[in-house]
Design a protein around this ligand. Structure first.
Ligand code: GTP
Length: 321
Protein backbone atom coordinates (compact mmCIF):
# COMPACT_ATOMS: atom_id res chain seq x y z
CA UNK A 1 0.00 0.00 0.00
CA UNK A 2 1.30 3.43 -0.87
CA UNK A 3 2.44 5.70 1.90
CA UNK A 4 -0.08 8.36 0.90
CA UNK A 5 -3.08 6.11 1.59
CA UNK A 6 -1.78 5.33 5.06
CA UNK A 7 -2.58 8.08 7.53
CA UNK A 8 -1.04 8.26 10.95
CA UNK A 9 -3.27 9.88 13.56
CA UNK A 10 -1.93 10.57 17.02
CA UNK A 11 -4.49 10.63 19.79
CA UNK A 12 -2.96 12.48 22.74
CA UNK A 13 -4.20 13.84 26.02
CA UNK A 14 -3.70 13.22 29.71
CA UNK A 15 -4.88 10.10 31.42
CA UNK A 16 -8.66 9.93 31.84
CA UNK A 17 -9.39 12.67 29.29
CA UNK A 18 -11.53 10.23 27.27
CA UNK A 19 -9.37 9.04 24.35
CA UNK A 20 -10.12 5.34 24.57
CA UNK A 21 -13.81 6.05 25.15
CA UNK A 22 -14.17 8.07 21.96
CA UNK A 23 -12.13 5.59 19.94
CA UNK A 24 -14.31 2.72 21.16
CA UNK A 25 -17.55 4.55 20.35
CA UNK A 26 -16.55 5.71 16.88
CA UNK A 27 -14.62 2.71 15.64
CA UNK A 28 -15.82 -0.25 17.75
CA UNK A 29 -19.52 0.40 18.22
CA UNK A 30 -19.38 0.86 22.00
CA UNK A 31 -22.16 2.79 23.66
CA UNK A 32 -21.31 5.69 25.99
CA UNK A 33 -22.34 3.48 28.96
CA UNK A 34 -19.90 0.74 27.90
CA UNK A 35 -16.94 3.13 28.24
CA UNK A 36 -17.21 3.11 32.03
CA UNK A 37 -15.67 -0.32 32.17
CA UNK A 38 -12.66 0.49 29.97
CA UNK A 39 -9.24 0.32 31.61
CA UNK A 40 -6.36 2.73 31.16
CA UNK A 41 -4.34 2.42 27.95
CA UNK A 42 -0.88 1.00 28.52
CA UNK A 43 1.76 2.77 26.46
CA UNK A 44 0.62 3.19 22.81
CA UNK A 45 -2.23 1.16 21.35
CA UNK A 46 -2.26 0.93 17.57
CA UNK A 47 -5.40 0.36 15.55
CA UNK A 48 -5.45 -0.01 11.79
CA UNK A 49 -8.78 0.95 10.39
CA UNK A 50 -9.73 0.56 6.76
CA UNK A 51 -11.51 3.71 5.76
CA UNK A 52 -13.03 4.39 2.37
CA UNK A 53 -11.44 1.39 0.77
CA UNK A 54 -7.89 2.29 0.01
CA UNK A 55 -7.24 4.49 3.03
CA UNK A 56 -5.92 3.06 6.27
CA UNK A 57 -6.14 5.10 9.42
CA UNK A 58 -3.31 4.17 11.73
CA UNK A 59 -4.58 5.44 15.01
CA UNK A 60 -1.97 5.68 17.76
CA UNK A 61 -3.79 6.01 21.07
CA UNK A 62 -1.07 7.24 23.43
CA UNK A 63 -1.95 6.23 26.99
CA UNK A 64 -1.91 9.38 29.08
CA UNK A 65 -0.40 8.24 32.38
CA UNK A 66 2.68 10.27 33.31
CA UNK A 67 5.01 7.31 33.17
CA UNK A 68 4.16 6.75 29.47
CA UNK A 69 3.95 10.41 28.56
CA UNK A 70 7.48 11.05 29.78
CA UNK A 71 8.75 8.43 27.33
CA UNK A 72 6.82 9.88 24.36
CA UNK A 73 8.68 13.15 24.76
CA UNK A 74 12.11 11.64 25.41
CA UNK A 75 13.25 8.17 24.32
CA UNK A 76 10.30 7.52 21.94
CA UNK A 77 9.85 10.98 20.48
CA UNK A 78 11.02 10.39 16.91
CA UNK A 79 9.13 7.09 16.72
CA UNK A 80 5.93 8.70 17.94
CA UNK A 81 6.02 12.06 16.18
CA UNK A 82 7.47 11.11 12.79
CA UNK A 83 5.20 11.03 9.72
CA UNK A 84 2.11 12.17 11.55
CA UNK A 85 -0.76 13.48 9.40
CA UNK A 86 -3.05 14.47 12.23
CA UNK A 87 -2.63 15.19 15.94
CA UNK A 88 -5.83 15.01 17.94
CA UNK A 89 -5.29 16.42 21.39
CA UNK A 90 -8.03 15.71 23.91
CA UNK A 91 -8.60 18.03 26.88
CA UNK A 92 -10.88 17.17 29.78
CA UNK A 93 -12.74 20.45 30.31
CA UNK A 94 -13.23 19.59 33.98
CA UNK A 95 -9.57 18.81 34.57
CA UNK A 96 -8.15 20.04 37.85
CA UNK A 97 -4.64 20.08 36.40
CA UNK A 98 -4.98 22.59 33.58
CA UNK A 99 -1.34 23.71 33.79
CA UNK A 100 -0.15 20.15 33.43
CA UNK A 101 -2.52 19.63 30.48
CA UNK A 102 -1.10 22.72 28.77
CA UNK A 103 2.45 21.59 29.48
CA UNK A 104 1.73 18.26 27.78
CA UNK A 105 0.17 20.05 24.82
CA UNK A 106 3.23 22.27 24.40
CA UNK A 107 5.50 19.23 24.47
CA UNK A 108 3.38 17.58 21.77
CA UNK A 109 3.51 20.69 19.59
CA UNK A 110 7.26 21.05 20.06
CA UNK A 111 7.87 17.51 18.84
CA UNK A 112 5.30 17.74 16.08
CA UNK A 113 6.94 20.91 14.78
CA UNK A 114 10.25 19.09 14.65
CA UNK A 115 9.17 15.74 13.20
CA UNK A 116 5.92 16.44 11.28
CA UNK A 117 5.63 20.18 10.63
CA UNK A 118 2.85 19.71 8.04
CA UNK A 119 0.52 17.82 10.35
CA UNK A 120 -2.95 19.13 11.05
CA UNK A 121 -3.81 19.77 14.68
CA UNK A 122 -7.28 19.21 16.10
CA UNK A 123 -8.19 19.88 19.71
CA UNK A 124 -11.19 18.31 21.36
CA UNK A 125 -12.49 20.09 24.42
CA UNK A 126 -14.03 16.98 25.81
CA UNK A 127 -16.59 16.01 28.50
CA UNK A 128 -18.59 19.16 27.71
CA UNK A 129 -21.64 17.42 29.19
CA UNK A 130 -20.14 18.16 32.61
CA UNK A 131 -20.34 21.92 32.00
CA UNK A 132 -23.54 23.89 32.55
CA UNK A 133 -25.29 24.28 29.18
CA UNK A 134 -25.30 28.08 29.15
CA UNK A 135 -21.59 28.23 29.98
CA UNK A 136 -20.38 25.87 27.22
CA UNK A 137 -19.98 28.31 24.32
CA UNK A 138 -18.11 30.81 26.44
CA UNK A 139 -15.80 28.18 27.91
CA UNK A 140 -15.10 26.81 24.44
CA UNK A 141 -14.16 30.24 23.07
CA UNK A 142 -11.94 31.10 26.04
CA UNK A 143 -10.11 27.78 25.90
CA UNK A 144 -9.66 27.88 22.12
CA UNK A 145 -8.22 31.37 22.30
CA UNK A 146 -5.78 30.27 24.96
CA UNK A 147 -4.75 27.14 23.06
CA UNK A 148 -4.31 29.01 19.78
CA UNK A 149 -2.04 31.52 21.53
CA UNK A 150 0.04 28.66 22.87
CA UNK A 151 0.24 27.12 19.38
CA UNK A 152 1.20 30.27 17.48
CA UNK A 153 4.98 29.99 18.07
CA UNK A 154 4.81 26.47 16.57
CA UNK A 155 2.90 27.74 13.51
CA UNK A 156 -0.04 25.40 13.88
CA UNK A 157 -3.54 26.63 13.13
CA UNK A 158 -5.86 24.75 15.43
CA UNK A 159 -9.27 23.38 14.61
CA UNK A 160 -11.29 22.78 17.77
CA UNK A 161 -14.52 21.06 18.72
CA UNK A 162 -16.52 20.84 21.92
CA UNK A 163 -17.23 17.12 22.41
CA UNK A 164 -18.93 14.64 24.68
CA UNK A 165 -19.58 10.93 24.45
CA UNK A 166 -23.12 11.63 25.62
CA UNK A 167 -24.30 13.46 22.53
CA UNK A 168 -23.72 13.75 18.79
CA UNK A 169 -20.84 16.21 19.07
CA UNK A 170 -18.32 13.38 18.94
CA UNK A 171 -19.49 12.26 15.48
CA UNK A 172 -19.33 15.77 14.17
CA UNK A 173 -15.74 16.22 15.31
CA UNK A 174 -14.55 12.86 14.01
CA UNK A 175 -16.36 13.26 10.69
CA UNK A 176 -14.51 16.50 10.07
CA UNK A 177 -11.18 15.11 11.20
CA UNK A 178 -11.44 12.09 8.92
CA UNK A 179 -12.82 14.10 5.97
CA UNK A 180 -9.77 16.37 6.20
CA UNK A 181 -7.74 13.32 5.12
CA UNK A 182 -9.77 12.34 2.06
CA UNK A 183 -7.88 13.42 -1.05
CA UNK A 184 -10.60 13.16 -3.73
CA UNK A 185 -13.26 15.08 -1.88
CA UNK A 186 -13.79 17.56 -4.74
CA UNK A 187 -14.60 14.74 -7.11
CA UNK A 188 -17.11 13.28 -4.64
CA UNK A 189 -18.62 16.77 -4.29
CA UNK A 190 -19.21 17.27 -7.99
CA UNK A 191 -20.44 13.71 -8.57
CA UNK A 192 -22.92 14.02 -5.75
CA UNK A 193 -24.28 17.31 -7.08
CA UNK A 194 -24.59 15.77 -10.54
CA UNK A 195 -26.46 12.82 -9.08
CA UNK A 196 -28.87 15.15 -7.33
CA UNK A 197 -29.68 16.90 -10.59
CA UNK A 198 -31.34 13.63 -11.56
CA UNK A 199 -33.08 12.94 -8.26
CA UNK A 200 -33.91 16.44 -7.04
CA UNK A 201 -33.82 15.17 -3.49
CA UNK A 202 -34.29 17.28 -0.40
CA UNK A 203 -30.90 16.07 0.68
CA UNK A 204 -28.42 13.32 -0.12
CA UNK A 205 -25.90 12.25 2.52
CA UNK A 206 -22.91 9.94 2.17
CA UNK A 207 -21.76 7.95 5.20
CA UNK A 208 -18.67 5.82 5.70
CA UNK A 209 -19.89 2.27 6.00
CA UNK A 210 -18.37 0.97 9.24
CA UNK A 211 -18.22 4.10 11.37
CA UNK A 212 -21.23 5.84 9.83
CA UNK A 213 -19.27 9.07 9.95
CA UNK A 214 -20.68 11.66 7.54
CA UNK A 215 -18.56 12.27 4.48
CA UNK A 216 -20.67 14.64 2.47
CA UNK A 217 -24.13 16.13 2.10
CA UNK A 218 -25.76 18.11 -0.69
CA UNK A 219 -27.27 20.70 1.63
CA UNK A 220 -23.95 21.35 3.37
CA UNK A 221 -22.40 21.99 -0.04
CA UNK A 222 -25.26 24.35 -0.94
CA UNK A 223 -24.85 26.18 2.36
CA UNK A 224 -21.13 26.59 1.77
CA UNK A 225 -21.84 28.02 -1.69
CA UNK A 226 -24.36 30.46 -0.22
CA UNK A 227 -21.86 31.54 2.42
CA UNK A 228 -19.19 32.10 -0.23
CA UNK A 229 -21.62 34.24 -2.19
CA UNK A 230 -22.48 36.00 1.08
CA UNK A 231 -26.11 34.99 0.80
CA UNK A 232 -28.23 34.31 3.84
CA UNK A 233 -28.46 30.48 4.15
CA UNK A 234 -32.10 29.45 3.83
CA UNK A 235 -31.66 26.30 5.85
CA UNK A 236 -33.94 25.42 8.68
CA UNK A 237 -32.58 21.88 8.85
CA UNK A 238 -31.46 20.58 12.23
CA UNK A 239 -27.67 21.17 12.31
CA UNK A 240 -27.25 18.03 14.42
CA UNK A 241 -29.17 15.78 12.03
CA UNK A 242 -26.12 13.94 10.63
CA UNK A 243 -24.85 12.90 13.99
CA UNK A 244 -28.33 11.88 15.08
CA UNK A 245 -28.79 9.77 11.94
CA UNK A 246 -25.37 8.16 12.46
CA UNK A 247 -26.33 7.30 16.01
CA UNK A 248 -29.73 5.92 15.05
CA UNK A 249 -28.47 3.76 12.20
CA UNK A 250 -25.54 2.42 14.21
CA UNK A 251 -27.91 1.47 17.00
CA UNK A 252 -30.28 -0.12 14.48
CA UNK A 253 -27.41 -2.07 12.90
CA UNK A 254 -26.33 -3.27 16.34
CA UNK A 255 -29.86 -4.33 17.28
CA UNK A 256 -30.45 -6.32 14.13
CA UNK A 257 -27.00 -7.90 14.33
CA UNK A 258 -28.22 -9.50 17.58
CA UNK A 259 -30.82 -11.24 15.41
CA UNK A 260 -27.90 -12.38 13.22
CA UNK A 261 -29.05 -10.34 10.28
CA UNK A 262 -27.99 -7.16 8.54
CA UNK A 263 -29.42 -4.83 5.97
CA UNK A 264 -28.43 -3.73 2.51
CA UNK A 265 -31.11 -1.14 2.12
CA UNK A 266 -33.80 0.46 4.16
CA UNK A 267 -36.80 2.51 3.04
CA UNK A 268 -38.76 4.58 5.52
CA UNK A 269 -42.01 6.16 4.39
CA UNK A 270 -42.56 9.19 6.56
CA UNK A 271 -46.11 10.24 7.46
CA UNK A 272 -45.56 13.80 6.15
CA UNK A 273 -44.72 12.72 2.62
CA UNK A 274 -40.97 12.51 3.24
CA UNK A 275 -39.27 9.27 2.29
CA UNK A 276 -35.85 8.08 3.36
CA UNK A 277 -33.73 5.63 1.41
CA UNK A 278 -30.60 4.14 2.94
CA UNK A 279 -28.61 1.92 0.63
CA UNK A 280 -25.12 0.57 0.12
CA UNK A 281 -23.40 2.84 -2.40
CA UNK A 282 -19.93 1.30 -2.63
CA UNK A 283 -17.90 -1.16 -0.57
CA UNK A 284 -17.17 1.70 1.80
CA UNK A 285 -20.11 4.02 1.70
CA UNK A 286 -23.78 4.16 2.49
CA UNK A 287 -26.02 6.70 0.83
CA UNK A 288 -29.09 8.29 2.35
CA UNK A 289 -31.59 10.02 0.09
CA UNK A 290 -34.39 12.14 1.48
CA UNK A 291 -37.20 12.74 -0.99
CA UNK A 292 -40.37 14.75 -0.56
CA UNK A 293 -43.54 13.64 -2.29
CA UNK A 294 -44.07 16.17 -5.07
CA UNK A 295 -47.80 15.60 -5.18
CA UNK A 296 -49.15 17.16 -2.00
CA UNK A 297 -52.32 15.11 -2.24
CA UNK A 298 -50.62 11.78 -2.16
CA UNK A 299 -48.52 10.36 0.55
CA UNK A 300 -47.59 7.37 -1.38
CA UNK A 301 -44.52 6.07 -3.15
CA UNK A 302 -45.18 3.18 -5.45
CA UNK A 303 -43.02 0.09 -5.56
CA UNK A 304 -42.11 1.15 -9.08
CA UNK A 305 -40.78 4.51 -7.87
CA UNK A 306 -38.88 2.81 -5.09
CA UNK A 307 -37.17 0.43 -7.45
CA UNK A 308 -36.38 3.31 -9.79
CA UNK A 309 -34.56 5.13 -6.99
CA UNK A 310 -32.63 2.03 -5.98
CA UNK A 311 -31.78 1.54 -9.67
CA UNK A 312 -30.48 5.13 -9.85
CA UNK A 313 -28.26 4.43 -6.85
CA UNK A 314 -26.87 1.34 -8.55
CA UNK A 315 -26.14 3.39 -11.67
CA UNK A 316 -24.33 6.06 -9.65
CA UNK A 317 -22.04 3.59 -7.89
CA UNK A 318 -19.21 3.76 -10.41
CA UNK A 319 -18.84 7.53 -9.78
CA UNK A 320 -18.01 6.92 -6.13
CA UNK A 321 -15.78 3.85 -6.32
P1 GTP B 1 -5.76 6.73 29.46
O1 GTP B 1 -6.01 5.40 28.82
O2 GTP B 1 -5.25 6.59 30.87
O3 GTP B 1 -4.89 7.64 28.66
O4 GTP B 1 -7.21 7.48 29.60
P2 GTP B 1 -8.20 7.86 28.41
O5 GTP B 1 -7.92 9.25 27.95
O6 GTP B 1 -8.20 6.80 27.36
O7 GTP B 1 -9.61 7.91 29.18
P3 GTP B 1 -10.85 6.91 29.04
O8 GTP B 1 -11.39 6.90 27.66
O9 GTP B 1 -10.48 5.62 29.65
O10 GTP B 1 -11.96 7.68 29.92
C1 GTP B 1 -11.88 7.84 31.32
C2 GTP B 1 -13.28 8.00 31.87
O11 GTP B 1 -13.91 9.18 31.36
C3 GTP B 1 -14.23 6.83 31.56
O12 GTP B 1 -14.87 6.45 32.75
C4 GTP B 1 -15.25 7.42 30.60
O13 GTP B 1 -16.55 6.84 30.75
C5 GTP B 1 -15.23 8.89 30.98
N1 GTP B 1 -15.58 9.75 29.82
C6 GTP B 1 -15.06 9.69 28.57
N2 GTP B 1 -15.64 10.63 27.79
C7 GTP B 1 -16.53 11.29 28.54
C8 GTP B 1 -17.44 12.37 28.30
O14 GTP B 1 -17.58 12.93 27.20
N3 GTP B 1 -18.19 12.80 29.35
C9 GTP B 1 -18.11 12.24 30.60
N4 GTP B 1 -18.89 12.73 31.54
N5 GTP B 1 -17.28 11.21 30.86
C10 GTP B 1 -16.50 10.73 29.86
Amino acid sequence: MSQSSRKKLLLMGRSGSGKLSMRSIIFSNYSAFDTRRLGATIDVEHSHLRFLGNMTLNLWDCGGQDVFMDNYFTSQKDHIFKMVQVLIHVFDVESKLINKDMETFVKSLTNLRKYSPDAKVFVLLHKMDLVQIDKRDELFLIMMEKLQKISNPYLFKLVGFPTSIWDESLYKAWSQIVCSLIPNMNLFNSNLLKFNEVLEAEEIILFEKTTFLVILSTSTMQQQQQQQQQQQPEATLDPKRFEKISNIIKTYKQSISKLRTGFTNLIIRGSNGTHFYVDVLTNNMFIMIILKDTDANTNYVSNHEESMILENIRAARKDFE
